[in-house]
Design a protein around this ligand. Structure first.
Ligand SMILES: C[S@@+](CC[C@H](N)C(=O)[O-])C[C@H]1O[C@@H](n2cnc3c(N)ncnc32)[C@H](O)[C@@H]1O
Length: 377
């Protein structure tokens, strides 16, 4: 039985109670801990509550929801990687944070039964939110041929043990709890929240856990904020430890750390609700999305330190183009049926190519095998 609080007030109350129980005696909680609770606390976080975050009735669209051509392009890349691995070898397709499963279901449909019957094939969904996981599993199972593809879910990549295949992660890293630090009086200070009886408000404290990875800059203007996600870097290490052969396709928005410090000196933390950016990320705890730009400098450094190498790093438009987007579009137009359907298709294609302009596709592979996957498209 689902024992989640039913009303919005009850959910917010339960979330704040959790935050209070975790905060220090002065009520301070580092921002990444707060973001983790606000997005993912059982039944009361943004992604775990009763509302769907996606689509017209939700808060935002992601690329896979714009048109199946996005998933079909990923499918082409996955086909190429599998053929490099040896098409008859056991193959695992993992999606991290599939949400409702649109991308994985689209990939499986586009690849079709002929592809999956070559060697043992499984699709594994790693979705933290229980309601989204249930939706994703059901959608991907509907799309897959049960005789040739095993579809399952696990809590984390480590549960899979060593595997060969492809990992995909669309808008996964930007949703990872982020630490936010502010440069003040010659030192980095931890940004977070103060949990009070009324709610949460922005707060600042001494630097918490030491920062691993590249050294933080020390010649930035007073007040500059830097953001990065230790949780996201943890997932990088987990994938690196278990992906024996194959690649990891990460599609997300972000910037290099040096660009972030210049272009977003106050940080990139954003809240979205009902397709609009809100003015205050702390205003609707558990009811609005929270995200930060991916700090690509730290992601790449963490990946290399974990034994992964960058196979490709391009804009989303360029990656889709290299994976055969225009041919797939031509074929779809050919089968569109009506001129209205054709116009809609062209508009969706334009959106996928030009509407996600800050998005990059970074493809990683185990360093010793990276050359094998560099030239294949
Ligand atoms: C912004 S949504 C993107 C959903 C989907 N990939 C898409 O593009 O439509 C981020 C998703 O990642 C999931 N997520 C975040 N952290 C996770 C983790 N550590 N393990 C599994 N899923 C996670 C969230 O629950 C959510 O479904």
């Amino acid at each position: 039985m689902d024992a989640s609080p039913a009303s919005r007030t009850e959910r917010t109350g339960a979330l704040l109670a959790l935050a209070r129980s975790e905060a220090g005696p002065d009520g301070f909680l580092p921002f990444d801990r707060w973001m983790d609770l606000a997005l993912y606390a059982d039944g009361v976080g943004y992604y775990t509550g009763p509302r769907t975050p996606f689509g017209t009735t939700g808060d935002f669209y992601t690329a896979p929801q714009v048109h199946p051509l996005f998933a079909a392009s990923f499918a082409e890349r996955i086909r190429a990687v599998r053929s490099r691995l040896g098409p008859d070898r056991p193959f695992t397709l993992v999606e991290l944070g599939p949400g409702e499963g649109t991308l994985a279901a689209g990939i499986v449909s586009a690849l079709g039964a002929a592809w999956t019957s070559r060697g043992p094939t499984r699709v594994v969904l790693v979705e933290r939110s229980a309601p989204l996981r249930a939706k994703a599993l059901s959608r991907v199972r509907q799309a897959a041929d049960p005789d040739t593809v095993v579809v399952s879910s696990v809590e984390g990549v480590s549960a899979l043990g060593p595997f060969e295949g492809v990992v995909v992660a669309n808008e996964f890293l930007d949703a990872q709890p982020a630490r936010r630090l502010r440069w003040k009086g010659g030192e980095w200070r931890e940004l977070g929240v103060r949990v009070t009886a009324e709610g949460v408000r922005a707060a600042e404290g001494p630097l918490g856990t030491p920062v691993s990875g590249p050294q933080l800059p020390t010649s930035v203007p007073e007040g500059t904020v830097v953001e990065f996600s230790p949780a996201g870097e943890g997932v990088l290490r987990e994938v690196a430890d278990h992906l024996v052969a194959g690649t990891w396709l990460i599609d997300d928005y972000g910037m290099e750390e040096s660009e972030l410090l210049l272009a977003h000196p106050e940080g990139t933390l954003a809240t979205v609700r009902g397709h609009r950016t809100g003015p205050d990320p702390l205003a609707e705890p558990g009811e609005a999305d929270l995200s930060t730009f991916v700090n690509w400098t730290r992601v790449r450094t963490a990946a290399r330190a974990a034994g992964l190498d960058v196979v490709a790093d391009t804009s989303q438009a360029e990656a889709l183009g290299r994976w055969g987007f225009s041919g797939l579009l031509e074929r779809a137009i050919h089968g569109a049926g009506t001129s209205e359907a054709e116009v809609r298709l062209r508009l969706s294609a334009k959106n996928l190519l030009f509407g996600f302009e800050r998005f990059r596709v970074v493809e990683l592979a185990p360093a010793r095998l990276a050359d094998r996957f560099r030239s294949t498209t």
